[in-house]
Design a protein around this ligand. Sequence first.
Ligand SMILES: Cc1cc2nc3c(=O)[nH]c(=O)nc-3n(C[C@H](O)[C@H](O)[C@H](O)COP(=O)(O)OP(=O)(O)OC[C@H]3O[C@@H](n4cnc5c(N)ncnc54)[C@H](O)[C@@H]3O)c2cc1C
Ligand code: FES
Length: 314
Amino acid sequence: MSGAVSWPAGVQEAAEVVSARPVGAYTHLVLRAPEAALRAQPGQFVACGVGDSGMLLRRSLSLHAADPEAGTLEVVVAAAGPGTRLLAAKRPGDVVPTTAPLGRPFPLPATSSPTPAVVIGGGYGAAPLPWLARVLTAAGSRVVGVVGAASADRLLGTSAVDDATALDGIADAVVVTTDDGSLGAQGRVTDALPEVLLELAELGEPAVYACGPMPMLRSVQTTTREVLGDQARTWLAVEESMACGVGVCMTCVLPVAQDDDDGVRRTRMLRACTAGPVFDGDALRWDAIGAAAHLRGGALVPEDAVGAPRPGGH
Ligand SMILES: Cc1cc2nc3c(=O)[nH]c(=O)nc-3n(C[C@H](O)[C@H](O)[C@H](O)COP(=O)(O)OP(=O)(O)OC[C@H]3O[C@@H](n4cnc5c(N)ncnc54)[C@H](O)[C@@H]3O)c2cc1C
Ligand code: FES
């Protein structure tokens, strides 16, 4: 797997909306952004201006796809608050200021040793999975997709909702869950994970690629370790609140433990927008993530990581 590689910074483009159409409860937008489309990789995101002078901050959206030949980026927008409501209402011909591609993409297995993989997402978190699955299958991996949502209209990634944004026909198999049982198996998306992991583990050490809200990612990490012990890699794309998206404001920091060159494991607060959004699931300090109940999500600095680095490490 590729490790400490640096990625080119995003470019700013005034992206014309090429098409806008509903997909279940979401809006699928195709944006003309030729420079970004040349560089983008699955797992990266785009920061979009919303076109209201009172809303200075750009809204971060996962890249659903990039087409270098057409010069387009694709995103799927859930109208959650004022900014995403404006983005979901864009129509062809409108212009969206974009900075992309941002963040680090999903690490891929070496093509010489394709790894079985599960790509798993909740709600609009499934947006980057078809593109990722296409890249993985082209590299020779067996790929199983698992997508879930609270109800059928909030699902993404299955042809039962929409063909163009589906994993069907890209992944070797697709499992669908809904909390209310309105489509697929009733239950949480992670309920389907153990069986898929055990099936894939017969082919080799699986890679688990996940995207969605933090509680889902925590459950993916815990389930993978319970079912397969250390016999899997987990790559988790987080959706921390990002005010700037480009490494300036520090609102998106998460505690991440890494082995330094001296062999000591130290925890640092890293910016999810530049060091992530994809993290190694074993490196995230789950004991401190979500511990700040008074914040919207967020994480506390772990006790052992407070203050300046100490001899012997945190
Ligand atoms: C990497 C990433 C990928 C995402 N992918 C998608 C996607 O594919 N589709 C999708 O619909 N949504 C996605 N989101 C979520 C989306 O960015 C938010 O729903 C959106 O920013 C909310 O903006 P709003 O104006 O609608 O709502 P509001 O909640 O009103 O947000 C207003 C602004 O404040 C910022 N903000 C909110 N809380 C905080 C906080 N505690 N600290 C600092 N700033 C804060 C927000 O980032 C936003 O810029 C993604 C988020 C991230 C970080
Ligand atoms: S969102 Fe501003 S530093 Fe990450």
